[in-house]
Design a binder for this molecule. Structure first.
Ligand SMILES: NC(=O)c1ccc[n+]([C@@H]2O[C@H](COP(=O)([O-])OP(=O)(O)OC[C@H]3O[C@@H](n4cnc5c(N)ncnc54)[C@H](O)[C@@H]3O)[C@@H](O)[C@H]2O)c1
Length: 461
């Protein structure tokens, strides 16, 4: 393979939900760049090379197919690719630490640090290293230390370019981002590197949407963006509990407040709770950082966003058990949706995991249905083995069930033939709409007892 002119070789380390789609977008819009994505997970790389991509994301396969093996390559060969690269994006995972100092809150930076050391070991010329992963503020300092404290005479310029894409809409988000954020040191080399990265994104993103800042602001902005988004969900969910006590209707409240331009209408859907790999871990990370600086009130404020989310999940499943005559033992319960949101197969931190585990603890018989997330669900619920049934077809999943719980807002669940489903279920048949997406009056007419978030229940008894 003939290499392009120096400066035009991009490498991304980490071929996950972020690395794969972002590099596909760059390759598509920057044909003169050669983009390679590497990962230590050989199965993931093989999947990126096939038509069964390792992640489900609407429209992604089309983009990948346009550029794969032209200027987008997937590989497990890390060392040589580092050697050749001019710009290295690092999008490895940064989960919450599960051990030692900061366990349960701080970011686990072992994969990140390992990657930095690999970059240093394999490099033979100056490089720009871009933090794509979400990292604690001031990580770039540690990165600088590891990389630039070398006796090879090589200079590494560290930039922060946090990713704001949302799973399920990644392709559209990358195509038309609200903004791209690029943080750099404000030194001569920092500003020069910043310009190179701006030039890449300027291939398809209007210049006014490419925001530049110092490196610390960029790192912190990503954590803060996720904290604010999650806070909106916890805020509306906390009010949903109050609606259920007062006969106010959460949809009406959300509509009324969302029309206020200062509040805005997005992210105001009450639900069983937020999930996904980022919100909880990034808020915990923010909490940990605040605590480390002695800002305990700030830490407590943000931690309460997570507490409300846990409360909402707990409340949902407790209500299920309570209204089903205080026992679900031996009852079949079909879970419609296991992904943490629609249009993705990702189940990381999905409320469905909590709900499924609680129901199994109560000796319920759980049937998991989801159009895309069953392989991940099987992994999440591995410990329960044969005790759980997986059935992608919702009609089959609901057969003989006492209850259905809607846990993901997949569009397909809105248009199912619920009369047919009701006729195949045990009676009284319950439906718990954890996403408030169904036509509740119609379901009630059919015969279901309907429980929803932030609105009075519709029951036949
Ligand atoms: N998923 C999202 O929606 C999203 C959005 C914005 C930002 N982020 C952030 O981006 C980062 C990556 O998230 P993700 O969801 O893509 O994670 P992911 O787990 O899907 O992917 C990370 C990949 O990195 C690989 N990896 C780990 N160590 C490696 C090493 N030393 N060398 C090569 N590969 C290595 C893993 O095998 C894995 O495939 C995280 O910091 C996350 O917080 C995620």
């Amino acid at each position: 393979m003939a290499h392009k002119k120096v400066d035009k070789r991009i490498l991304c380390i980490g071929a996950g939900y972020v690395g794969g789609p972002t590099m596909a977008a760059i390759a598509l819009h920057c044909p003169e760049y050669e983009v390679t994505v590497v990962d230590i997970n050989a199965a993931r790389i093989a999947a990126w090379q096939s038509d069964e991509l390792p992640i489900y994301e609407p429209g992604l396969l089309d983009v990948v197919k346009k550029v794969r093996d032209k200027n987008l390559f997937f590989s497990t060969e890390i060392e040589n690719n580092i050697k050749n690269a001019d710009i290295i994006f690092v999008s490895v995972n940064t989960p919450t630490k599960t051990f030692g100092e900061g366990a349960g809150k701080a970011a686990d930076l072992q994969y990140w640090e390992k990657t930095a050391r690999e970059i240093l070991r394999a490099s033979e010329h100056d490089k720009i290293v871009v933090e794509k992963s979400t990292l604690p503020v001031r990580t770039a300092k540690a990165m600088d230390r590891i990389l630039n404290d070398n006796n090879k005479g090589i200079h590494f310029e560290v930039l922060s370019n946090p990713e704001f894409l949302a799973e399920g809409t990644a392709v559209a988000d990358l195509e038309h981002p609200d903004r791209v954020l690029i943080g750099s040191h404000e030194s001569e080399t920092g500003l020069a590197a910043r310009k190179k990265l701006v030039d890449i994104f300027a291939h398809w993103i209007p210049r006014e949407r490419i925001v530049t800042s110092n490196v610390w602001s960029a790192e912190l902005s990503k954590l803060v963006a996720n904290a604010f988004l999650a806070q909106r969900i916890s805020s509306i969910n906390s009010i949903s509990a109050l609606c259920e006590k007062t006969e106010a209707n959460i949809s009406e409240v959300a509509h009324a407040i969302g029309m206020d331009g200062r509040i805005g209408s997005k992210f105001l859907n009450a639900s069983v709770g937020f999930g996904g790999s980022c919100f909880k871990k990034d808020i915990l990370n923010l909490v940990y950082i605040a605590e480390n600086y002695g800002l305990h009130e700030v830490a407590q404020y943000w931690e309460s966003v997570i507490k409300i989310n846990e409360y909402q999940e707990r409340r949902f499943v407790q209500q299920m058990i309570k209204v089903m005559f205080n026992t679900v033992a031996g009852k079949k319960i079909a879970l419609f949706g296991f992904a943490f949101k629609k249009d993705t197969g990702d189940t990381r931190e999905s409320p469905a995991i909590f709900v499924a585990k609680k129901l199994i603890e109560e000796k319920g018989m759980v049937i998991v249905s989801d159009p895309k997330a069953i392989p991940n669900a099987k992994n999440d619920l591995l410990e329960f083995g044969e005790n759980i049934v997986y059935e992608p077809d919702p009609y089959k999943a609901a057969q003989g069930a006492h209850a259905i719980a809607i846990l993901t807002e997949w569009d397909m669940y809105k248009t199912l033939d619920y009369k047919r489903i009701y006729d195949s279920m045990e009676t009284p048949a319950f439906i718990f709409d954890g996403r408030n997406i169904l036509d509740h009056d119609r379901l009630f007419e059919i015969g279901f007892s309907v429980f929803r978030i932030g609105r009075p229940s519709l029951t036949h008894f």
